[in-house]
Structures are given as structure tokens and as C-alpha cells.
Write a protein that binds this ligand. Structure first.
Ligand SMILES: Cc1cc2nc3c(=O)[nH]c(=O)nc-3n(C[C@H](O)[C@H](O)[C@H](O)COP(=O)(O)OP(=O)(O)OC[C@H]3O[C@@H](n4cnc5c(N)ncnc54)[C@H](O)[C@@H]3O)c2cc1C
Length: 399
């Protein structure tokens, strides 16, 4: 348990930190902010803060639209984190005065063809069965809300509590908040955990966590396009739109400054090449759903690497046999929405030494063959009645 700043010094005369965070993406920075705000001495190591998955991410805060079959424990954590977002955003604004694109208009989920709608309805029925707020809308109701939707769109549903934030603005805001709370940013990589000298080390290095810890975090490539409405105006739609279009799943995220993020592929690859085929599929599906996009400027085509895990859920807690090293990684498609809950629970663990029950399904040792989780001995987290740790059973996924 860490309750205050450690007075100890190390051989180079710098004061030994209480907490060293490896990785200054959204997860590492938010943990650093929370720990420093509790009076702990914090260092954050990263040669290129914000250059990981967050530099590409769309920033959807979508626990409802992303409640997928077989992922009930993850859904529980997503909901817990989304519930913390309003207060987290208010605190971040208060701490920094920064604008980071937090918007609460909600998410429209749509199906272009009859087959697309049938596919979408299966998922909405599952989400409604969990008690989540998903309101089916007739085509006329859809177009009342978003007149820019294509007349061909057959139907949809509203997830009013699924919001968005701009990760490219969020990360600098978190950096400012962490610094103002007293965290020190060290612009160097950590190549081995033995290089870090702190009472507690938190590994929040996204895909970089695998090399440092041996945890099963793998890169999952996502290609994304950024378009911009002409003449500097805002896009002609306000909701996040997630759609099935002739079998392709895409999302469109409108920003107030005119940008639209159109994504994303999900590929088991570790390169960041942008391919013509992916650009073609994303644009075709996007324009089919919102024809006005054809007139937008195409300003960026980029690929990033999500830190994926075998069960699509994050890895949170002490490494097996290393109570002084905490993992906060493997956030895969959900690192932006999961930022508040991860930061709070890891900061609690650092300061009290006691894991919150919410962390139980996400322990690093769940992938070991003799772990309590794999032998069925650990209780259930998240939504009531959940079974084993969720394993994604979709053939296609979105962020
Ligand atoms: C295409 C795409 C779309 C996405 N859309 C969404 C979305 O809509 N909503 C959502 O919630 N999530 C989304 N995500 C996922 C989200 O971006 C990630 O889950 C999130 O960025 C993870 O945060 P992180 O801080 O753990 O890792 P990252 O953002 O990857 O940051 C890791 C940091 O660690 C640093 N680092 C790595 N190795 C080392 C080392 N050895 N030493 C020091 N520093 C190191 C890197 O430089 C980097 O700054 C998306 C991701 C992609 C790729």
C-alpha cells in the first residue's frame, strides 16, 4: 500500500518515484494523473506519448453498441467506465481548461439492406435482453433524426447513451492534467522492467506490454479514413453512425470541426500499411449510408494497432509472482471508453493494495493454465448471470 510520497533516493540522486508508469497513451496518462493527484510521486516513461493506438482511434464511447455476444463481463466493465465518463470529462476540463471533443448526441445503429437489418436486429435483441437502452426506429424516424442518411437505409435503432470523444485531443489534455498534478514525463523507452526503479511499476504500454511482460497482447490492425466537410462547415449529421452496409460494418464519427472518422478494418496483422482494398470498402460502405460523404475532402488514410488479447478484454492487475508490477494493457477496441475505470481502479490498487472486485475477471493470471479463472474458481463480474470470461464469437468486429 502506498499512502504518501517516498523520501528514498536512488544512485543518480533523483528521488525514487512511488509509481513508474511505462507508456503515456490514454491509459498510462490517466493512471499517472490519478496517482499524482493522490499525492504519490509519479514518473511516466514514453519516448513518443500518444503515438500508439490512440493516435488512430475514433473515440467512440460505445458500451451499448459494442455489447457483443459472449462478452458479458467486458460489457459490464464498459458500462461501468462509460458511467464514469461525464464526471471524468468534467474533472479533466476543470484541471486543464482543454477542449477534447466530448459529445453526447448518442449513436444511431443502422442497416442498409434487408439482410443488413436482419443481422443488426439480432444484435439489438441481445443488447435489449441485457436491459441496455436500444430503441428501434422506423426509417422515417431515423431520417427525422439524421436527414443526411441515404433513403435506401432500411431501419435502425438509437443508443442514446453511447457518446464520443476525440482521442487526439484527449491525450494532450491528459498529459497536461498529469503534469499539473506533479507527474514527471521521461521521454525515454523502457526496454526491460529492470531499468525502472520505483516502488510500484505500472505497465501501460499498449502493444509494447507484450515484450516487457510476456502477457498475450497482440497487435490487431485497424485502417481508418478521415474526411472533412467542405468549406469548414460541420458535417451534415450529429450522431455517431454505426452501420451494416451490404455486409460491411462501418462507423462514422462526426466532429464539430468538420472532421468525420470513417472506420475501421480489423486485421490480424502487425503492419501499418494502408491498402487500396480497405480504402475502397470503407468509402463504399460510408457513402452508401451517407451519400453526402462523396463530396467531402479525403484528408487522411491511416492504420493503427489495437492491443488485442485472447478474450478481447483488458489485462488489469499484478503480474503473477510480481505484486510490485501492475499491468494495465490489452484494451483492444475499447481503450478510450475504458480510460476512466482503468485509471480509478489501478490508482485504488496502487494506494490500497486491495483489488476492486470489478478487476477480478481481468486479472493477468487468467491466461495461466492453473489460474482460478481457468479452473472456474473465480466469481463472475459485470452483468448478472454472466458465465466464463467472454470470448468474442463474431466473425467481424468494430472498434
Ligand atoms: C483503428 C482504431 C480505432 C479505435 N477506435 C476506438 C474507439 O472508438 N473507442 C475506444 O474506446 N477505443 C478505440 N480504439 C482502441 C484504443 O485506441 C486503444 O485501446 C487505446 O489507445 C489503448 O490505450 P493505451 O494507452 O493502452 O495504448 P496506446 O494508445 O497504444 O499507447 C501506448 C503508449 O505506450 C508507449 N510505449 C510502448 N512501448 C513502450 C516502452 N517499451 N517504453 C515506453 N513507452 C512505450 C507508446 O509510445 C504509446 O504512447 C481504436 C483503436 C484503433 C487502432
Amino acid at each position: 500500500m502506498l499512502t504518501g510520497r517516498s523520501p528514498s533516493t536512488r544512485s543518480d540522486d533523483r528521488v525514487r518515484p512511488d509509481v513508474a508508469v511505462v507508456g503515456a497513451g490514454p491509459i498510462g496518462l490517466a493512471i499517472a494523473w490519478r496517482c499524482a493527484a493522490r499525492g504519490l510521486r509519479v514518473e511516466v516513461h514514453d519516448p513518443a506519448s500518444g503515438s500508439g493506438a490512440s493516435a488512430v482511434a475514433a473515440g467512440m464511447l460505445s458500451p451499448v453498441a459494442e455489447a457483443y455476444f459472449g462478452e458479458r463481463q467486458l460489457t459490464g466493465l464498459l458500462l461501468a467506465s462509460a458511467a464514469r465518463w461525464p464526471a471524468f470529462a468534467a474533472e479533466l476540463t476543470e484541471a486543464t481548461g482543454a477542449e477534447f471533443g466530448y459529445r453526447t448526441e448518442g449513436t444511431l445503429m443502422v442497416g442498409l439492406t434487408g439482410d443488413d437489418l436482419a443481422e443488426a436486429r439480432r444484435l439489438w435483441a441481445y443488447q435489449q435482453g441485457l436491459g441496455l437502452p436500444v430503441t428501434p426506429l422506423r426509417p422515417t424516424e431515423l431520417r427525422d433524426r439524421e436527414p443526411a442518411l441515404a433513403p435506401r437505409v432500411r431501419g435502425g435503432a438509437l443508443a442514446p447513451t453511447d457518446h464520443q470523444v476525440d482521442p487526439r485531443l484527449l491525450v494532450p489534455a491528459l498529459r497536461t492534467a498529469a503534469r499539473r498534478s506533479g507527474a514527471v514525463l521521461v521521454p525515454q523507452p523502457v526496454r526491460h522492467l529492470s531499468e525502472v526503479d520505483a516502488r510500484i511499476t505500472v505497465v501501460a504500454a499498449g502493444c509494447g506490454a507484450a515484450a516487457l511482460t510476456g502477457l498475450p497482447v497482440r497487435p490487431v490492425k485497424g485502417q481508418v479514413l478521415r474526411l472533412r466537410a467542405p468549406d469548414g462547415v460541420a458535417p451534415g449529421f450529429r450522431h455517431v453512425i454505426r452501420g451494416y452496409a451490404d455486409g460491411e460494418q462501418v462507423y462514422l464519427v462526426p466532429r464539430v470541426d468538420g472532421e468525420v472518422v470513417l472506420g475501421a478494418t480489423v486485421e490480424e496483422r502487425s503492419d501499418t500499411t494502408v491498402t487500396a482494398g480497405a480504402v475502397l470498402r470503407l468509402l463504399r460502405a460510408g457513402v452508401d449510408l451517407l451519400p453526402e460523404l462523396a463530396e467531402y475532402d479525403l484528408v487522411e488514410a491511416v492504420a493503427g494497432l489495437r492491443p488485442g488479447t485472447p478474450d478481447n478484454a483488458p489485462i488489469l492487475g499484478p503480474l503473477p509472482g510480481r505484486p510490485d508490477v501492475l499491468a494495465a494493457t490489452g484494451h483492444h477496441r475499447h481503450g478510450i471508453v475504458l480510460t476512466p475505470v482503468t485509471a480509478d481502479l489501478i490508482a485504488d490498487l496502487v494506494t490500497t493494495g486491495v483489488p476492486d472486485p470489478l478487476l477480478a475477471p481481468f486479472r493477468p493470471d487468467r491466461f495461466s493454465s492453473n489460474s482460478p479463472e481457468s479452473t472456474g474458481a473465480v466469481g463472475v463480474g459485470g452483468l448478472a448471470g454472466s458465465g466464463a470470461v467472454g470470448v468474442g464469437d463474431r466473425t467481424m468486429e468494430e472498434d
